[in-house]
Design a protein. Structure first.
Length: 217
């Protein structure tokens, strides 16, 4: 199953098992958006199906209209016209500038997704509700190849096979934005790592206890 289908299956599974609408969550989920783990798709899908999702790649409160505008632009983000894209090039309702996120605030968020350095999460150390950090996982080899593709690097298997040092050098050529996540994993032993298989995700219902389904999605 492709990564995109797995993310879609996760979102549909959460929708089927979700609790009644508008319940009061006692925990805030923080999605640590690790590069090339389908974080953008996950943020967008959850924002379109659940309430009080606040993310760099989409918010619940305007997700319906944002999806309509994206469909009208044939899926090209840079062609979407909205009040943000008209003011800030390269951004929009589905790629929200961080200064706007901070201006909106996070007080009404049950699920927060942000593609940014780990220090962002320190603002929630004294938050009224507990924060549960989630780091989505991806098959290591798929993840590495995705990073190589993103950086337009060719992984040289012949050179990598010459020695452990050569292998490490080839891997480092492809690594993308990993520091934001490794610092959190190293410093926080109470993180919830959500990933592995769809079956494990369904058993754990990682987010269903924290988010309410949308009335219109």
């Amino acid at each position: 199953m492709s990564l995109e289908l797995a993310v879609a299956a996760l979102a549909l599974g959460l929708a089927a098992a979700a609790p009644p609408p508008y319940f009061a969550s006692e925990t805030v989920v923080g999605h640590v958006h690790m590069a090339k783990t389908a974080g953008t798709s996950l943020n967008g899908l959850l924002a379109s199906r659940y309430e009080r999702v606040c993310g760099h790649k989409g918010y619940s409160y305007d997700s319906y209209g944002a999806n309509l505008r994206m469909a009208a632009s044939d899926g090209h983000p840079l062609k979407v016209e909205d009040s943000i894209s008209s003011q800030v090039h390269g951004y929009g309702r589905e790629r929200v500038p961080h200064n706007i996120m901070y201006e909106i605030g996070f007080e009404d968020c049950d699920y927060i997704s942000n593609e940014i350095g780990w220090r962002f999460w320190r603002r929630f150390e004294d938050w009224p509700l507990p924060l549960e950090l989630h780091v989505p996982c991806r098959d290591p080899l798929d993840h590495l190849m995705s990073q190589c593709n993103y950086r337009r690097r060719t992984f040289n298997c012949v050179d990598a096979s010459r020695s452990p040092e050569s292998l490490a050098r080839e891997v480092r050529r492809c690594l993308t934005f990993l520091r934001a996540t490794t610092s959190i994993v190293r410093n926080r032993g109470d993180n919830e790592t959500s990933g592995a298989t769809n079956e494990e995700r369904e058993k754990r219902n990682a987010w269903s206890h924290c988010v309410s389904p949308r009335r219109i999605s």
